[in-house]
Design a protein around this ligand. Structure first.
Ligand code: TRP
Length: 335
């Protein structure tokens, strides 16, 4: 019996290299060995985009196409839409009795997000909705509705997983051993830095390269990437380890010999940054080409994408129904 993996994404924008190297690439490897549920978390996306439903709707399809383009195989992965699984909403309601408001307010991920919102929108506590504060409860339902055992997520999501585990323990202690406590699937993939040298690549930070970026866009972005600030003239020696151009060379260039050349020439002052960027643009386009070709296929065949989501959602729904029956029985509401 294969173990069940469950993970999710909020459909709020296209995938960028941070998503790919920080998560997606690893998911592609996992799909062979696990029973893999992949949730397009539109309900969760609405918690802070409730006034922009069109954005969420468009990105359900955008993100699914991006995920297919990187090589996730719909024969192996159940792609499903959160809002099409009413059991998730139902479980959320029942779990909401098992968690206190103060516990949610203390959740580090939620706390961080609230702090970010305050930074963006001013010190307006009232902008935090009940739905937003409660999304960790909903995420616990996401995982347990499908008996998720392993959850491959980054460290920023760990407090949400811990919250889920607490809910599971509480549920089991009151209603009997029904739910499994999920664990983080640890992998050695790490966060990808932005073109500007920021520790994180993100849409709101404006420092991301998207999988769908065309050649012109890539060129403009790479040409503006941060290099060693101490290198003034073309033939000054520089430190590749502080240069984002070298950093991206390492990500997208598999040719070790070529990488060594880039590194050594940089240190020796034997390569100018403009030349180095041009080479990176070429490598970046080479890297993205197969992904974009695959993506193009799905752009041209949108009905296939719809079918993939329908099939995955049906499979997921069956699983959630089974799970819900157990939960209802344990809670003595199986009338
Ligand atoms: N909160 C996750 C994120 O913002 C997305 C998500 C929704 C998720 N449901 C999930 C992740 C269930 C893991 C498991 O990236």
């Amino acid at each position: 019996m294969k173990k069940t993996i469950l993970t999710g994404l909020r459909p709020t924008g296209n995938l960028h290299l941070g998503h790919y190297f920080g998560a997606g690439k690893n998911w592609v490897k996992l799909q062979d060995d696990y029973n893999f549920y992949l949730e397009i978390a539109d309900v969760q996306a609405l918690t802070d985009n409730f006034n922009n439903p069109e954005k969420v709707r468009v990105n359900v399809f955008e993100i699914t196409k991006d995920l297919l383009a990187i090589g996730l195989d719909p024969k192996k992965v159940h792609f499903f839409i959160q809002s099409k699984i009413p059991e998730v909403a139902e479980l959320t309601v029942f779990y909401s009795n098992l968690v206190t408001v103060s516990r949610l307010e203390r959740n580090p991920t939620v706390k961080n997000e609230i702090a970010q919102k305050k930074e963006l929108f001013g010190n307006n506590g009232e902008s935090i909705t009940y739905g937003f504060l409660g999304y960790p409860v909903s995420q616990a339902a996401d995982i347990t509705a499908f008996d998720g055992e392993l959850v491959p997520v980054g460290d920023d999501q760990l407090p949400l997983l811990e919250q889920c585990r607490e809910i599971v323990r509480k549920f089991n202690s009151i209603y009997g051993e029904v739910l499994k406590e999920p664990e983080q699937y640890l992998s050695n993939v790490s966060r990808v830095r932005g073109l500007d040298g920021n520790e994180k690549m993100g849409k709101s930070l404006g420092n991301a390269i998207y999988l769908i970026d065309d050649e012109e866009t890539i060129k403009n972005k790479v040409m503006n990437a941060v290099t060693d600030p101490n290198k003034i003239k073309k033939d000054d020696p520089a430190d590749p380890e502080v240069c984002m151009v070298y950093y991206y060379h390492k990500l997208v260039n598999n040719n070790q010999e070529n990488l060594n050349t880039v590194c050594n020439e940089c240190k020796a002052g034997a390569r100018g940054c403009v030349q180095c960027k041009k080479e990176l643009i070429e490598k970046m386009n080479e890297f993205l080409k197969p992904i974009q070709e695959k993506r193009k296929y799905y752009d041209e065949n949108p009905e296939e994408v719809v079918k993939i989501l329908e099939d995955g959602t049906n499979t997921a729904r069956e699983k959630a129904k089974e799970q819900m029956a157990k939960v209802r029985k344990a809670m003595k509401i199986d009338y």
